[in-house]
Design a protein around this ligand. Structure first.
Ligand SMILES: [Zn+2]
Length: 160
C-alpha cells in the first residue's frame, strides 16, 4: 500500500491590481454577464466570460427552468455559444463569478462537476490548456492553469 498526493496549484490575487489588465477585463465581463442571468428560483446568479484566441470575448449566465434538471449553468451557456459562433477557435481563459440574493459570497466559487467535465472536454479538443479565473461576489480571485486542474483523477476520451 502507498499513498499518492494529487495537488492543484492555485494563484491567488488578493487585489484587482495584482490581476493584470487582461484578467481584470475578463472578470469584469463576467460581472457584466450576471445581468443575463435568469435565476428566479435560486436567486443565485452566475456569470462567465471566455477570452478566445482570436480576441473575441463570449459571455453568458445561468438560465434556470421551473423543471430544475433543465437548468443551464453559465459555463455551459458560454461553451455552447463558442461552439455556435466560433467553432474551432481555442479558449485562452475563462472567468466565472457569482452573485447571490441571499448573502454576499466573499470566496471564489467553483464550477459544478458537470461543468468541470465539459470544460475538460473543450480543453482536450483544443489540445491546449486554458486558464480559469474564479471569484465570489467580492474578495480574492483564484487563477487555475487548466480545466484539468479542476478535475483531479479525471476521465476523458483518451481512456475509451
Ligand atoms: Zn455547472
Amino acid at each position: 500500500m502507498r499513498n499518492i498526493t494529487i495537488g492543484t496549484t492555485v494563484k491567488v490575487f488578493e487585489t484587482e491590481e495584482e490581476m493584470g489588465d487582461e484578467n481584470l477585463g475578463l472578470m469584469n465581463e463576467a460581472v457584466l454577464a450576471l445581468k443575463k442571468s435568469y435565476s428566479p428560483y435560486s436567486k443565485f446568479q452566475v456569470g462567465a466570460a471566455a477570452l478566445l484566441e482570436n480576441g473575441e470575448i463570449v459571455s453568458g449566465a445561468n438560465q434556470e427552468n421551473g423543471a430544475y434538471p433543465m437548468c443551464l449553468c453559465a459555463e455551459m451557456v458560454v461553451l455552447s455559444s463558442i461552439s455556435a459562433r466560433f467553432p474551432g477557435v481555442a479558449i485562452k481563459k475563462m472567468a466565472i463569478t457569482i452573485k447571490s440574493a441571499n448573502k454576499v459570497i466573499d470566496f471564489p466559487v467553483s464550477p459544478c462537476g458537470a461543468c468541470r467535465q465539459t470544460l475538460l472536454e473543450f480543453e482536450e479538443r483544443q489540445k491546449d490548456p486554458f486558464q480559469i479565473l474564479l471569484r465570489g461576489e467580492v474578495g480574492a480571485v483564484y487563477e487555475l492553469e487548466s480545466a484539468r486542474s479542476l478535475l483531479p483523477l479525471s476521465f476523458d476520451g483518451s481512456m475509451i
